[in-house]
Ligand binder design. Structure first.
Ligand code: FUL
Length: 490
């Protein structure tokens, strides 16, 4: 059974997706509505020049104004690191996808300690956590009134437990921002596949989660969507779902393939597109679960001609599976691999949602905890000394869409990492750039790339330079200055 699940997973979760064309069209309108409303609501906050922006290069004269992040999207991006917690009946059956027939009596995490999850996350530099309140098996980690298939029917805390409550409290106690995953696909609910009946049931679950636990900063909608217990498929009312979230949690960001605020990056390997726009054309990925080359490209790279701000989130597990399996205790990703993932996610204008699944005891495994500490230590060492700290780069516009920033180091130093950042509060503009280092009086290429966005990290062959210049070779608006960080590497 396990093997079959794995093979299915490995194939592509999208083989299970079904999307009704009507629902897609209706939701596309809803996406535009929500995103449009939130852009308007935030328009006033984007005026003004951030410190460090050269006044001669302002883009105010350029029309039409391109999208900017909302405050919630900006805060989401600045977190850089969030921890994903996959936990539920699968933890006890040793499976990846439960089929909904699991007895709640198996759910008994005797030593569950959400504070241990949160402490581990905080110590490793994570700023947020997202918990699977319900996975595809339909088992609810909170005492819902919508079904008996929940912790209430389990031995956990004598049937009086609430994992969502403990999770949210632990996040707040450790200064992390809580997020919740509620699987649309439900292999237990009798109403699944009925259309309106299940949509009402789903909204009722969402309402419990978004009204009982205080502020929830991210609501995560999975694109996986197969058959229910009766062999039927469900047509989701995405417009209603997203509107409901906004009504109940106006400051939460909504994640799905189709946003509307945060999009899936298109794979579960920890790799964002080398080109990665935070703007999209919402007509390409209209609802969660769509397939096709253009859909996958848009998820991975965003769209240069996009008109909605929808940055990409990169989700990947620290282990081969999303849930904890004892047989994978020796297959936890190593520090090198985790740091590599940081570079291909955070370092490519994305946010990393790293999954670290609790064991049956309800605790993060010591190996995972040690790897996270190792990753933090390595990242701290890499980014401890910015060789360009305190040095002002001089920016000169070379045309309407090109500019060059040059800086001289206080003393020559070996550079192995270039860290570039656009001030995304002013939108994302750079479409192509090149970085050069001054080596013995001659400018030599260090790296080149396409988009920068919130943060772009380039690992380069270490070389001793006395200065660095960044040439913006193409931009979709008058380019602003780009912040330049330089590190020795490691
Ligand atoms: C997928 C699911 O099918 C996996 O089980 C996991 O939850 C992952 C994050 O998303 O679509």
């Amino acid at each position: 059974m396990r093997m079959t699940e794995r093979r299915i997973d490995a194939l592509d979760r999208r083989h299970f997706l079904s999307v009704a064309a009507g629902a897609a069209a209706a939701s596309a309108a809803a996406v535009a509505g929500i995103a449009g409303a939130s852009r308007r609501a935030h328009a006033g906050m984007h005026a003004g020049t951030p410190s460090g922006t050269p006044s001669g290069m302002l883009a105010q004269q350029v029309a039409p104004r391109r999208p900017r992040p909302s405050r919630a999207q900006l805060a989401w991006q600045r977190d850089e690191l969030a921890m994903f917690i996959h936990f539920g009946v699968n933890t006890f059956t040793d499976r990846e996808w439960g089929d909904g027939t699991e007895s709640p009596s198996i759910f008994d995490p005797a030593q569950l300690d959400a504070r241990q999850w949160a402490r581990t996350a905080r110590a490793a530099g994570f700023k947020a956590m997202v918990l699977t309140a319900k996975h595809h098996d339909g088992f609810c980690l909170w005492p819902t009134a919508t079904t008996m298939h929940s912790v209430r029917s389990s031995p956990f805390r004598g049937g009086n437990g609430d994992v969502v409550r403990e999770f949210v409290d632990a996040c707040r106690a450790e200064g992390l921002r809580p997020g919740l995953y509620l699987s649309p696909w439900d292999r237990n609910a009798a109403s699944y596949g009925s259309g309106a009946g299940y949509n009402d049931f789903y909204i009722a679950q969402l309402t419990e989660l978004l009204t009982r636990y205080g502020e929830i900063h991210e609501v995560w909608f999975d694109g996986a969507n197969g058959e229910g217990p009766n062999g039927k498929r469900q047509s989701y009312d995405w417009g209603r779902i997203w509107t409901s979230v906004k009504e109940m949690q106006p400051d939460a960001v909504i994640f799905s393939d189709a946003g509307p605020e945060i999009r899936w990056i298109g794979n579960e390997r920890g790799v964002a597109g080398e080109t990665n726009w935070s703007i999209v054309d919402p007509r390409i990925v209209r609802v969660p679960g769509m397939t096709g080359d253009e859909v996958m490209r848009s998820l991975r790279e965003g769209d240069r001609a996009g008109f909605i701000w929808r940055p990409g989130e990169t989700d990947v597990s620290i282990r081969p599976g999303w849930f904890h399996h004892p047989a994978e205790d020796a297959r936890v990703k190593g520090v090198d691999e985790l740091v590599g993932i940081y570079f291909t996610s955070v370092g490519r204008n994305s946010k990393l949602l790293l999954n670290v699944p609790p064991t049956r005891a309800g605790l993060l495994h010591p190996t995972d905890v040690a790897r996270l500490a190792g990753m933090r230590e390595r990242l701290d060492a890499i980014f401890r000394t910015d060789l360009a700290a305190g040095v002002e780069a001089k920016w000169v516009a070379t045309s309407g869409t090109t500019a060059t920033g040059t800086l001289t180091l206080p003393r020559p130093a070996e550079v192995g990492i270039v860290d570039l950042r656009e001030d995304i509060w002013q939108g994302q503009r750079v479409a192509r750039y090149a970085v050069e280092g001054l080596v013995d009086g001659t400018w030599r290429p260090l790296s080149r790339g396409t988009t920068i966005g919130y943060r772009k990290l380039d690992r380069v062959t270490p070389v001793r330079v006395s200065g660095v210049r960044v040439m913006i070779e193409d931009a979709i608006e008058v380019p602003l200055s780009v912040a330049i960080g330089l590190y020795a590497g490691g």
